[in-house]
Structure formats: structure tokens, C-alpha cells
Design a protein. Structure first.
Length: 260
């Protein structure tokens, strides 16, 4: 009995290790670059579902502020059975620690739609087309007020003020003209909403509302599928690894100098 009692802590530790290995827990990413070195799509046809990895490159621009470039790789995970097609955005690789995600890695939602500013594109509702036409993809990404460089240092966005509302809104033209290519996303637009607080009623209750037109937040440098033979991001991975190694070496050197 004494031997069994002594072995109980060891058995409990082994069981814990086995469970953690079989069912890894993905914690919320409060702030760091997320580099999963994910496996790109093996199929040559791009789709708007979890099977295709997409690469989004942007340049944030605002008069009087330093421009910021960032790259993120994501998946448009579809919620089946909805019309129009829609779902959640899963962030696979966040090279600059810019995107806010939940504890499962999801950032926000996406939806295919007609032009929200021109409802005549919705004529398919009246049976003028054999199937629904959705010429645009809409989604938003919530962002931090800075990015994290490969060196580990933070680079403020728009002088530290960040994007107003901490949200970037995206719209892409969406079409499937070539069955061999699948879904194509082009002519990307990136904006943010200007919000103002004012007295909403005579009783003195205030509120924050969006006023005016969306404000351009910079340029979308590209949105494209990432396939198995893609090598464009390799230099980026390598530069991050080199910077991390240099930072580690510098820390060891400085630590040794301090100890001396």
C-alpha cells in the first residue's frame, strides 16, 4: 500500500503529460507574433473555406504618420447552410502580432455580398440569374495599436494612436471566372470608421456612432491563395529567425558583460 501511495504522484504526472500531448490547448494570444509555419493548400484551386490558405499584405497609411507594412495568412472558414455564404476568419500566421484573435485563433467574420453601397447588384433575388451572384467579400479585422518587429521591439501604428476604433474594414471584388483557379479576390479596399461621441437625445444620453464616409486606411498590397509550392514567405520567415537569433545572442553577450 505504501508503494502504491508513493507512485500516485508519478502516475498523475504521466497522465497529465499524455493528455496535454493528445489534446493541446491553444491559449489566447494577448500579444506576440504568431508563426505556425502552416502547411499551405495542396489543391491548385482556391476556395473560400478552411481548405485554402490566403496571404493578405497591407500598408497602413495616414497623413503625418509613418506607414506600416504587415503580412498575415488566414483562412475563410465557412459556416455551412447560410445564404449568402459566410463564416469565420482563422488567423494562421500573424507575422507582426497585429491582429486580435480569440482563444481559438479566430479574428472576426466574413461574408459574400452584393455592393452594400449599390443595391441594384441584388437583382438575382428577383430571379434574373440562375444562381446568386456575390461580387464582393466583406470582413473586418481588429488590430492592436502597434506591430511587433522581428527584433521584438514594438512599432506604433499612426504614432501610437492606432487605427480609430481598432478595426480595419476590407472589401474585395470576388469572382470565379476560371474554374481552374477557383475563387479570386482582387481590387482590395481597406478603410476604418470615423466615430464621434455626441449627445444622442434631449435626456442627455450620449453615444458613439459612425459618421461620414469610411476613411481610407492605406493600401491592400495583395490578397492571394498560398499553395504547396509557394516560397514567397520564406525570406520573411528567415529574416524573423535571423533577427531572433541575433537578439538572443545580444542578450547573452549583454548578460555576460553585466555579470563580468
Amino acid at each position: 500500500m505504501t508503494m502504491v501511495t508513493a507512485l500516485l504522484p508519478v502516475l498523475a504526472m504521466l497522465l497529465c503529460c499524455i493528455c496535454c500531448t493528445a489534446y493541446p490547448v491553444r491559449f489566447a494570444r494577448p500579444r506576440h507574433r504568431q508563426l505556425s509555419m502552416s502547411t499551405p493548400s495542396t489543391l491548385p484551386v482556391a476556395t473560400l473555406d478552411g481548405n485554402t490558405l490566403w496571404r493578405l499584405a497591407i500598408r497602413l497609411e495616414k497623413p503625418g504618420s509613418k506607414s506600416i507594412e504587415a503580412v498575415v495568412r488566414l483562412r475563410f472558414v465557412e459556416d455551412r447552410g447560410y445564404e449568402p455564404p459566410q463564416g469565420r476568419i482563422f488567423v494562421e500566421d500573424d507575422f507582426y502580432g497585429m491582429i486580435k484573435v480569440d482563444d481559438k485563433g479566430y479574428a472576426s467574420r466574413w461574408m459574400l455580398s452584393e455592393d452594400k453601397n449599390d443595391r441594384k447588384d441584388g437583382l438575382w433575388i428577383w430571379g434574373l440569374f440562375e444562381e446568386p451572384k456575390y461580387p464582393y467579400l466583406y470582413f473586418s479585422l481588429f488590430v492592436f495599436k502597434s506591430i511587433i518587429l522581428a527584433s521584438g521591439l514594438e512599432e506604433p501604428i499612426f504614432g501610437g494612436d492606432g487605427v480609430p476604433g481598432d478595426r480595419l474594414n476590407f472589401r474585395f471584388s470576388h469572382f470565379r471566372n476560371d474554374p481552374a483557379k477557383g475563387a479570386e479576390l482582387t481590387v482590395g479596399e481597406m478603410t476604418y470608421d470615423f466615430a464621434e461621441t455626441f449627445q444622442a437625445d434631449p435626456f442627455g444620453l450620449g453615444g458613439t456612432v459612425n459618421v461620414g464616409e469610411p476613411v481610407p486606411a492605406g493600401q491592400v498590397l495583395g490578397m492571394r491563395p498560398v499553395f504547396k509550392d509557394d516560397r514567397e514567405d520564406e525570406p520573411l520567415f528567415q529574416s524573423i529567425a535571423e533577427a531572433q537569433a541575433a537578439a538572443a545572442a545580444s542578450a547573452v553577450k549583454n548578460g555576460g558583460a553585466a555579470a563580468a
